[in-house]
Design a protein around this ligand. Structure first.
Ligand SMILES: Nc1ncnc2c1ncn2[C@@H]1O[C@H](COP(=O)(O)OP(=O)(O)OP(=O)(O)O)[C@@H](O)[C@H]1O
Ligand SMILES: [Mg+2]
Length: 259
């Protein structure tokens, strides 16, 4: 469904992504991990054609995104950005319904409204429906933006630290919801800082460092002490959780009195 080949991206003279290759098939949940400034957001922005690569290609279902109109890209790819600021006085319902914009010709249909309502219920924001977007908490706003992206019914969902403002219950609920969508065929590519949640939810993890993909594979292949030490300069211990059959990553901390 998604094929990225030899992608190089620069801001002016500063090369930020180097020779990135990545492919995703229907139903995959891919985690992008890496230190601050390693190029994760830049990669997501390039996949939506917001940033043009200096070289390389991004194909969605066999079509180069350079050749796709923005409306066509929006039917295929939805994004939940790392930083969201909406200063207009829209209601929550208005914002979520905007997810249908790529499909609406004159005015929204009953189906559009039903999809938006359904997603507001699934993301636990239906009770906020009539509230102004400018008067929400950070976590409420983040769930609204996720609801809007799901309302877009994309083939590929890009999430940039989707749970950074959410309490632990909402983190799990949102990631469960997104995981369920991926098992129904949607490709999910999520930038994640929580390595344990990445290990639990992702089929595939891509580890970025200084704009280069230094490891790609299953959580077991990528989340090794040596890879994490190289990328984050941090010693870790990796354990196995038998109940969930996933990995646990723990930083090896010094006793507090030795810091
Ligand atoms: N608009 C911009 N102009 C110039 N340089 C930029 C711009 N945006 C990002 N950069 C630089 O590109 C590099 C990668 O940034 P990016 O935002 O992709 O990192 P990231 O991996 O998402 O980091 P974080 O975990 O902090 O969100 C950084 O060195 C950053 O300073
Ligand atoms: Mg970022």
């Amino acid at each position: 469904m998604l094929k990225i080949k030899d992608l190089n991206v620069s801001y002016g003279q500063h090369q930020v992504l180097e020779k990135i290759g990545l492919s995703a098939v229907k139903g995959e949940f891919i985690g992008i991990i890496g230190p601050n400034g390693s190029g994760k957001t830049t990669l997501l922005k390039t996949i939506t054609n917001v940033l043009k690569p200096t070289s390389g290609t991004i194909m969605i279902d066999g079509t180069n995104i350079e050749k796709m109109k923005s409306n066509e890209i929006a039917k295929n790819v939805a994004v939940v950005s790392q930083v969201v600021s909406i200063n207009f006085e829209f209601t929550v319902k208005d914002i979520v319904l905007m997810g249908r914009n790529p499909y609406i010709k004159s005015s929204e249909s009953v189906e559009d409204i039903n999809i938006a309502n359904d997603m507001m219920k699934k993301t636990n924001i239906h009770f906020l429906k009539k509230r102004l977007i400018t008067r929400l908490s950070g976590g409420e706003l983040q769930r609204v933006i996720i609801a809007r992206a799901l309302t877009q019914t994309p083939k590929i969902l890009l999430l940039d630290e989707p749970t950074s403002h959410l309490d632990i219950t909402n983190q799990i609920e949102i990631l469960n919801l997104v995981k369920k969508a991926s098992t129904k065929g949607m490709v999910v590519i999520a930038v994640m800082h929580d390595l344990n949640l990445a290990a639990y939810y992702c089929n595939k993890i891509c580890l970025l460092r200084d704009g280069c993909l230094i490891s790609t594979g299953t959580p077991r292949q990528v989340l090794t002490p040596s890879n994490i030490e190289v990328a984050f300069n941090l010693p870790i211990e990796v354990m196995h959780n038998n109940r969930t059959n996933s990995l646990y990553v723990m930083p090896i901390l010094e006793p507090l009195n030795e810091i």
